[in-house]
Ligand binder design. Structure first.
Ligand code: LLP
Length: 439
């Protein structure tokens, strides 16, 4: 078993996280159950912040809350002094309910609505990351109507292809996000923003993709953006106070993944920015980053109970669990791979290779193919590692299956941060039919 954070095997041969035996957690909270190792999240957050401190760079480390947004999680981010990246009014609302300081909230998105921008203004958030011309003009007009100002960054696409899954490439030219740096759009946006009275341009933002293992993509993107900033300083006397380099630092899901320590990415990127800005005679900007997955991904484990099995002789053995694509859509959507253990018998010898099926009415609802396991029986517990990012946040109610609860564990204690959905929750938005049919 690869060990993440505080996960270990206890005397009973059970998986233990944050000092809590997951077998007892399953008895108490039921399964499926998402478990977060809070100490590991804190460790990652501190490592990011320390890297900036050690290099003497003013920074904001913003947690990309799309990875897992919940009041408790946002409060944890606040405890660690992180900033917060939100991409919708819903994520912003969650942050407000959590009491997160508005001035450290950054609002993203390629199609923010008028209502969302008004909410950002009402809450006086720290910064709107403007994605397109429509938004730039709408925001200036709204600020004008209200007699207010708003800090902005312009999101630019530097034309860098990161080595990652096609669906999550965003830095290349053919992307729905941001102003293109190569074809003059970014410069046009800059000129417009500089002429505007209400929006205050702090700098630029770029994000090249997600689950990236190499630093080259980040440093190339930083180089291109800084080169452009040098040009803009000469021609428009614009000097960026802030350079936001996004998130995307890869993590280990299986032994095929060979990431750097998350903070190591940052170290290499900052060094490049320092080098390049010195070379081009620019003041070092504040650096903002937006890690999501690398803060919470490997801190999350999902615990399931094993139920039925189906043996297709000479072909494959399916073991079904009580969750699946409802609580983790990533295998179905991205062909994502995970590792798992029998959490109540971690030390038992591996006896067979099985494939883990979810319980949804969909052949594609397969969580893990070809997993080596001890012989499992109904009621055994399966712990799937690394489900902390884009698990709960992409969970759904297909087949009207309630979403599992989320607990935080730390220092031998467990705390419920999202309760299990009830059947009443599932029908609470439904309205009975009023129209009757004449017989
Ligand atoms: N900043 C921006 C502007 C982003 O678009 C994203 C992710 C992040 C930061 C955080 O990236 P991270 O550090 O988590 O890689 N659902 C997909 C991932 C989509 C990522 C979208 N944007 C998945 O499950 O792999």
């Amino acid at each position: 078993m690869h060990t993440y954070g505080t996960a270990r095997i206890n005397k009973e041969g059970h998986l233990e996280i944050g000092g809590m035996d997951v077998v007892s957690l399953a008895e108490h909270y039921g399964t499926p159950l998402y478990i977060y190792d809070v100490a590991l999240i804190r460790q990652r957050a501190r490592a990011f912040k320390q890297t900036f401190e050690q290099l003497g760079v003013t920074a904001q480390v913003a947690y990309a809350s799309k990875a897992f947004s919940a009041i408790g999680m946002v409060q944890l981010a606040n405890q660690e002094g992180l900033s917060l990246d939100v991409v919708s009014a819903g994520e912003l609302y969650t942050a407000m309910k959590a009491g997160f300081p508005a001035e450290r909230i950054h609002f993203h998105g390629n199609n923010k609505s008028r209502e969302e921008l008004i909410m950002a203004l009402e809450q006086q958030i720290g910064c709107v990351v403007v994605d397109n011309f429509y938004e730039l003009e709408l925001l200036e007009a709204l600020c004008n109507d209200r007699g207010e100002q708003m800090n902005i960054l312009l999101r630019v696409t530097p034309g860098i292809e990161a080595h990652t899954h096609d669906y999550i490439l965003t830095g290349q030219e053919d992307s729905k996000f941001g102003f293109d740096l190569n074809n003059g759009q970014a410069e046009e946006a800059l000129k417009k923003a500089l002429e505007m009275k209400r929006v205050k341009l702090l700098g630029l933002h770029c994000h090249i993709g997600s689950q990236i293992f190499e630093t080259t993509g980040f440093t190339l993107a930083a180089d291109k953006v800084i080169q452009k900033l040098a040009d803009w300083k000469n021609r428009f006397q614009f000097e960026a106070k802030v350079l936001n380099l996004g998130g995307g630092f890869g993590i280990r899901y299986t032994e095929e993944d060979k990431p750097l320590e998350p903070a190591k990415y940052v170290e290499e990127i900052i060094k490049e920015v320092q080098l390049k800005t010195t070379e081009l005679n620019l003041a070092m900007p504040e650096i903002w980053i937006e890690p999501g997955r690398s803060l919470v991904g490997d801190a999350g484990v999902t615990l399931y109970s094993i139920g039925s099995e189906k043996d297709v002789p000479e072909v494959r053995k399916y073991l079904a669990i009580d969750g699946g694509m409802n609580d983790n859509i990533r295998p179905a959507l991205y062909n994502a791979k995970y590792e798992a253990v029998l959490a109540n018998r971690v030390n038992d010898p591996v006896e067979e290779t099985v494939s883990i099926a979810g319980k949804c009415c969909e052949s594609g609802d397969m969580l893990i193919w070809d997993l080596p396991l001890p012989k499992a029986k109904p009621g055994d517990l399966l712990a799937v590692f690394c489900t902390g990012a884009y698990g709960y946040s992409m969970a759904n109610n297909y087949n009207r299956i309630p979403r599992p609860p989320v607990i935080f564990v730390e220092n031998n204690q467990a705390e419920l941060v999202i309760r299990r959905e009830s059947y009443d929750d599932l029908v609470k938005l439904d309205l009975p039919l009023n129209v009757t049919v004449k017989q």
